[in-house]
Design a protein around this ligand. Structure first.
Ligand code: GLN
Length: 480
């Protein structure tokens, strides 16, 4: 039998409803798991033990009193540390925000609270969400739950490791270029990046505002759908939230009539043998479920990585200019004004963050702006059009999530380009604003392999129904 911290939402809800188990029991099981593993894995930056138990207790009381319950009532969840939770520290993995206390809740935090969730704590991440391994956190690297010599992926590595090691039932992460999906793939959990505009970014520490989305990391597709139903929606505090039809989960048993596109570009060099093998198997599985698979061309898709690594640093350089020692967090004292700015930034920000600020400042500077930023924006339009025309023929695109399985700690930290190549399959969905999900499709040498599905704009219903059918099929396959 599973222990309580290992349950999915559906399983936990059933037990809570039956009265055999209380939210306090489930929360205690998660806290116990955190206490036994966090020292070794460095997954949580902060744990709100007392508050979580109080919230669980309140949920139990609501249930006993027959009050209306929220969709996540009594279920313990973790937040990536770039999501504001009023009155708690929000470091975004950076030293510059070590003492920063959130003045309000992010919209998603408020929605979780209103939905009855029990917030357990904040998870580790690459500084300001820049990275693919969680090694760039100012608070030390997070370790992969299956092999502590490896990374859990990033930047939402803490959230992925927390779900994979059952320290919580689910977690929230953020995805600007793959930061939910790639760690989900590395850790063997489900990670969903919603369509840009589906979920409010208000209260998310901004990395690249035109690409950032908050999304769930969960144990299965159904739980990701539950969270998306709760978190979505127009928000006056984020003018990029879109008035589209609300997402409602649908289920399907097979994939008859579903047209899946396989981009030729997804099979280039750089994919490890294990990832290739498992993805090929996944494609066979999709066919046996009744889907038709066609190879498609996505012109300019290969340029997604280049476009991303121009646009993202430009936005980073603008967004992070607010961290100058004046208003937020760390301030170097007793210096003249400009030296205070410089010293606070020099001292408070890490190397990778500085690299991106410099790149972005350069790309936006006079004389280079047209050649880099404007050019990248033009290619972004071409990429969007390529997806648009692909989705006239097909329903879903399938690719590996990442070119490799979890790599060794230290393996890529000295080679930023190698680290950036981790994002080759994920950035396209951010550059185009499309929804995409990663889910486990196999194991190679004991490490999980992730499969990515990309859906049409605001068609998370179709995306998750296909992912759900595939997930059920894979669960029946003995080798997982
Ligand atoms: N790995 C990517 C980067 O370093 C993605 C980060 C993210 O999605 N936040 O930019």
């Amino acid at each position: 039998m599973k222990s309580l911290n290992e349950l999915t939402f559906t399983e936990a809800r059933r037990l809570l409803k039956s009265g055999d188990v209380s939210s306090v029991d489930v929360t205690k099981a998660c806290l116990k798991q955190i206490a036994s593993l966090n020292g070794a894995l460095n997954v949580f930056l902060e744990v709100y033990e007392d508050e979580a138990l109080e919230a669980a207790d309140r949920s139990d009381a609501r249930r006993l009193d027959g009050k209306t319950l929220g969709p996540l009532d009594g279920l313990p969840i973790a937040l990536k540390d770039n999501i504001l939770y009023q009155g708690r520290r929000c470091t975004s993995g950076s030293k510059i925000l070590e003492s920063y206390i959130a003045p309000c809740d992010a919209t998603v935090t408020r929605k979780l609270k209103e939905g009855g969730a029990v917030i357990l704590g904040k998870t580790n991440m690459d500084e300001f969400a820049m990275g693919s391994s969680t090694e760039y956190s100012a608070y030390g690297a997070t370790k992969h739950p299956r092999d502590p010599e490896r990374v859990p992926g990033g930047s939402s590595g803490g959230s992925a490791a927390a779900v994979a090691s059952s320290m919580c039932l689910a977690a929230l992460g953020s995805d600007t270029g793959g930061s939910i999906r790639q760690p989900a793939a590395f850790c063997g959990v489900v990670g969903l990046k919603p369509t840009y505009g589906r979920v409010s970014r208000s209260g998310l520490v901004a990395m690249a505002s035109s690409l950032d989305q908050i999304g769930p990391l969960t144990k299965n597709v159904e739980d990701a759908a539950t969270l998306l139903e709760l978190l979505q929606g127009v928000d006056s505090a984020d003018q990029t939230t879109a008035i589209e039809e609300d997402f409602t989960a649908i289920e399907r048993e097979d994939l008859k009539g579903v047209k899946i596109g396989l981009p030729r570009q997804a099979w280039g060099n750089g994919i490890s043998d294990g990832v290739r093998e498992d993805t090929e198997q996944a494609i066979k599985d999709l066919e046996s479920l009744g889907a038709t698979i066609t190879e498609i061309d996505l012109p300019f898709a290969e340029e997604s990585l280049a476009v991303y690594y121009v646009l993202m640093p430009c936005e980073v350089s603008a967004n992070l200019s607010r961290f100058d020692g004046m208003r937020y967090g760390l301030r170097m004292q007793n210096l003249p004004l400009f030296e205070t700015y410089a010293a606070s930034r020099a001292h408070g920000l890490g190397t990778e963050v500085k690299r991106r600020i410099l790149l972005g400042t350069f790309a936006l500077s006079r004389g280079y702006y047209d050649a880099y930023y404007v050019q990248a924006k033009k290619v972004q339009t071409l990429i969007k059009r390529a997806y648009e025309s692909a989705f006239q023929e097909i329903d879903i695109i399938v690719t590996p999530t990442a070119p490799t399985t979890a790599f060794k700690i230290g393996e890529k930290t000295n080679d930023p380009l190698e680290m950036y190549l981790e994002d080759i399959f994920t950035v396209g969905a951010n550059v185009a604003g499309l929804p995409a999900v990663s889910l486990p499709c196999g194991n190679h040498e004991g490490l999980p392999v992730g499969l990515q599905f990309i859906g049409n704009w605001f068609r998370e219903d179709k995306l998750l129904s296909v992912a759900g059918a595939y997930e059920k099929f894979v669960a029946m396959r003995p080798r997982i």
